[in-house]
Design a protein around this ligand. Structure first.
Ligand code: NAD
Length: 495
């Protein structure tokens, strides 16, 4: 049985732990590897290695740091098929979607290769006579990342490339449910030239996360995952004086106006609601049909019925959920929706997939007549379940969305520029798609979830990540030439 290794001070090492967690193929329940609950001593070793490496890494020329990411992006491209295959085996998403997972992370690596253009400070000459002020963005020290199961390639790549490129060293804790593709990406980072101690990996669940939050030598923590864990991480890391950014759960609404391009809209909605079995933080899990678009319910159902569920490696439309517990939770919430009086138009419970009888499958599920007091509306289901709601007009739809506490993403489908513009201005959500269902920005921007979907001011990757992983030093300098050096004591604050 394969044991997932840790990376400590440049060495891929086995853990001394006695506690191992199974990694299973979600389509079959076959145990494919075991991942350790890293011991406290090993966590301390990883942080100490990162702390030591920081002393030289922070002074390593920025061009040297950037070139590592040029090599790294090439290696990821070369290994794309292998990475997608590993990801699908442990996570369950389709091969095509797994490639997308790797690719969206790869884009951040490409961006990190341009770090010398991103970490540029400011300079103002003659702020007073002969006095110049400049600011530099210096790395913080040891930073840490804690990642979720649903994007085991993209989300680790949101974090360590930008942290390391800006001159920090890093300790990563991948999801214990699917750490294998993350580890393959880490091996490639080492192959690309990340020096020993600059990048370290520890494993496990809550115990490791808490140790990271508490460790006095870690300066910043990036977290992506569920809301209740994210709040815990934000509070615990902040309590010990760390900078923290937590990207958390969601309930994303698609708003459909009757003038929308119908076929395009229905296709995009079905892809965004049910793709990756609904296990995306940007999945559209609620659709608000405005006015006459309320008549499109049967068409939405027909699109969902056309989707094929199978093991990810068969590369159909959607794969299994991550675990039997996730499946049980989603099925329970579907039952709750029925009890609460929502109309179950399509029931994905109990779906059987030939050849994968033990898989964690739930088929596309649709509820109509959902109201905002129902649990299926209030909770993030994180499964292939779409809730349909109605609004008389755009104002009512906007009011409904803004009353929901989450702020990760939303989309409007319309041919009206005026309606789209109003939506964009009035909606209190970080990421807005216009005729585009999952508007995750590319790394020249930053991921910009808001309200209950995010804690901390700065988002991952892009410009905001450069700010998150650095602190600003301002230097005010005056150089005297010999002529000017005869002066007198000045006790006022003027220069
Ligand atoms: P999760 O919160 O269960 O796990 C995330 C990380 O926290 C993992 O590394 C896990 O080991 C650790 N963890 C789990 N329980 C813990 C506990 N009690 N104490 C301390 N640490 C703990 O999340 P998940 O199920 O892996 O991922 C799905 C969630 O992530 C969804 O809510 C989804 O919306 C969210 N997500 C958000 C974004 C975003 O950008 N907003 C992106 C992807 C996923």
């Amino acid at each position: 049985m394969q044991h997932v290794k840790q990376l400590i001070n440049g060495q891929f090492v086995d853990s001394n732990t006695s506690e191992w967690i199974d990694i299973t193929d979600p389509a079959t329940q076959e145990v494919i590897a075991k991942v350790p609950q890293t011991t406290d001593d090993e966590i301390n070793q990883a942080v100490a290695a990162a702390q030591k490496a920081f002393q030289t890494w922070r002074k390593t020329p920025i061009t040297t740091r950037a070139r590592i990411f040029l090599r790294y992006q090439a290696l990821i491209r070369e290994h794309m098929d292998e990475l997608a295959e590993i990801l699908t085996a442990e996570q369950g998403k389709t091969i095509a979607d797994a490639r997308g997972d790797v690719f969206r992370g790869l884009e951040v690596v490409e961006h990190a290769a341009g770090i010398a253009n991103l970490q540029i400070g400011d300079y103002v000459e003659n702020v007073a006579s002969g006095v110049d002020t400049y600011s530099v963005w210096q790395p913080l020290g040891v930073c840490a990342g804690i990642t979720p199961f649903n994007f085991p390639a993209m989300i680790p790549l949101w974090m360590f490339p930008m942290a390391i490129a800006t001159g920090n060293t890093f300790v990563l804790k991948p999801s214990e449910q699917d750490p294998m593709v993350t580890m393959r990406l880490i091996e490639l980072a080492v192959e690309a030239g990340v020096p020993e101690g600059v990048l370290n990996v520890v494993h496990g669940g809550k115990a490791t996360v808490d140790a990271i939050c508490d460790h006095p030598d870690i300066k910043a923590v990036s977290f992506v995952g569920s809301t209740h864990v994210g709040k815990h991480v934000y509070e615990r890391a902040s309590q010990s004086g760390k900078r923290a950014q937590c990207m958390m759960g969601a309930k994303n609404h698609g708003v459909i106006l009757p003038d929308a391009n119908k076929e395009q809209t229905l296709n995009q909605l079905a892809g965004a609601a049910f793709g990756a079995a609904g296990q995306r933080c940007m999945a559209l899990s609620v659709v608000v049909l405005v006015g006459a678009a309320g008549e499109w319910v049967d068409d939405i159902k027909a699109k969902a019925e056309g989707l094929v569920v199978s093991a990810g490696k068969d590369d159909k439309d959607l794969g299994p959920l991550i675990s039997p517990a996730a499946k049980a939770r989603v099925e329970h919430l579907i039952g709750t929706g029925v009890e609460e009086g929502a109309s179950l138009l399509l029931d994905g419970r109990g779906i059987k997939v030939d050849g994968y009888e033990k898989g964690n499958f739930v088929g596309p599920t649709i509820f109509d007549n959902v109201t905002s007091d129902m649990q299926i509306y209030k909770e993030e289901i994180f499964g292939p379940v779409l809730c349909i709601m109605r609004a008389a007009d755009l104002d009512e739809a906007i009011e409904l969305l803004n009353a929901n506490p989450n702020g990760n993403g939303t989309a409007i489908f319309t041919q009206s520029g005026a309606a789209a513009h109003k939506f964009q201005q009035d909606i209190m959500v970080g990421q807005i798609g216009i005729n585009l269902p999952i508007p995750v920005p590319l790394p020249m921007f930053s991921f910009s979830g808001s309200r209950a979907s995010k804690l901390g001011d700065l988002g991952p990757y892009g410009k905001q990540a450069v700010q998150f992983y650095t602190h600003t030093k301002t230097v005010t300098a005056r150089w005297f030439d010999d002529e000017a050096s005869r002066g007198k004591v000045n006790t006022t604050i003027s220069m």
